[in-house]
Design a protein around this ligand. Structure first.
Ligand code: UDP
Length: 328
């Protein structure tokens, strides 16, 4: 049984879908703070509970858990600056309790959802895994602390891990049955798509005076199903005896905010009104990942290489569910 912590969230729900599609028995632990019960696959064993709750972990691990995939964390940069203690408690303490339960129940493998935010302002792009980790906000700092905790716990207790550091996740399951639903929404692609849906008048561009070709920030967008696939490959790698690793996941291609809005206009066939706003605090100009190591070690091959295709899957989901899971 594979335990997905945070399996009711955006990436976690796509992960659970992929595991069950492969015929792998799956359990979900999610406190539904930002996840949605409707997003949990009906074939998964589901417990509403918190990773910081030892008894919830005892209960779910009693189902015969052999591996953990860990998504349950707070993940908003701005919020983490406002509420650092909440991030340390939920993310770092959560990892402590989870690893303690894994030691207790003899669970020896974990795939961890890390972030590009561990690098901070990158010294060069594309970023490689050995570049310095110097987070510029508590979100990245807590994810880095979680990675380090796994390293020391491996030394003492032998739990092997793969930590996947990724950048901008986007898109939805191709059939439109799963997708992104955050409240409040802060991410670029779902916000852009709210304009053609008639739910917003315009999209604000946070700064057009960056040192990039069109002046707007450049990001590396990866399809959520490709991410789920990478987690699955990481699990197979650990099951095959692979050594603990830290791997970037990205497309190696950067797209500016303006390029994303232009692509969304093509996909939706509508003009998307935009307005230049001030820069958002803490935004690096350019974040692009070199994923050569993940490709080599895991054999990861992203299926979605084109940002318009990624946006098209998101558009499909948002058109079918303009109010997200509330539409179910
Ligand atoms: N962004 C923007 N307008 C918005 C939301 C985001 O211009 O309404 C920009 C943001 O400044 C960043 C990029 O879009 O440069 C991606 O932001 P997002 O929040 O989606 O992801 P992040 O890069 O922060 O993980």
């Amino acid at each position: 049984m594979i335990l997905v912590c945070g399996g009711a969230g955006y990436i976690g729900s796509h992960m659970v879908h992929e595991l069950l599609r492969q015929g792998l028995p799956t359990a979900v632990l999610d406190n539904l703070q930002s996840g949605h019960k409707e997003a949990v696959h009906p074939k998964a064993v589901f417990l509403e509970g918190d990773v910081r709750d030892e008894s919830a972990l005892d209960q779910i691990m009693a189902h015969g858990v052999t591996d953990v995939i860990h998504f349950a964390a707070n993940s908003l940069v701005g919020e983490s600056v406002e509420k650092p203690l909440q991030y340390y408690n939920n993310n770092v303490h959560g990892m402590e309790v989870l690893l303690k339960a894994m030691v207790k129940h003899g669970v020896g493998r974990i795939v961890f959802s890390s972030t590009a935010a561990v690098y901070g302002e990158p010294s060069r792009v594309p970023i490689v895994e050995d570049d310095p980790a110097a987070p510029t906000n508590p979100y990245g700092e807590t994810k880095l602390a979680m990675e380090k905790m796994m390293k020391w716990v491996e030394g003492a207790h032998g739990i092997r891990y793969v930590s996947l550091r990724y950048f901008n996740v986007a898109g939805a399951l191709a059939d439109g049955s799963l997708g992104e639903d955050h409240s409040p929404e802060t991410h670029l692609i779902p916000l852009v798509l709210k304009v053609p849906l008639g739910l917003r008048e315009q999209i604000g561009i946070f700064g057009d005076d960056y040192d990039t070709p069109d002046g707007t920030c450049i990001r590396d967008y990866v399809h959520v199903s490709d991410l789920a696939q990478a987690h699955l490959l990481a699990l197979e790698y650990l099951r095959g005896g692979g050594a603990s690793s830290i791997l970037n996941l990205g497309s190696a291609k950067g797209f500016s905010v303006k390029a994303i809005i232009d692509a969304a206009e093509k996909v939706t066939g509508q003009t998307i009104k935009r307005e230049i706003k001030p820069r958002r605090a803490g935004d690096p100009a350019r974040l692009v990942a070199d994923s050569a190591r993940a490709k080599k070690i895991l054999g990861w091959k992203p299926a979605y290489e084109n940002v318009e295709e990624i946006i098209a899957t998101a558009w499909n989901w948002h058109r079918l569910h303009p109010e997200g899971w509330a539409d179910r």
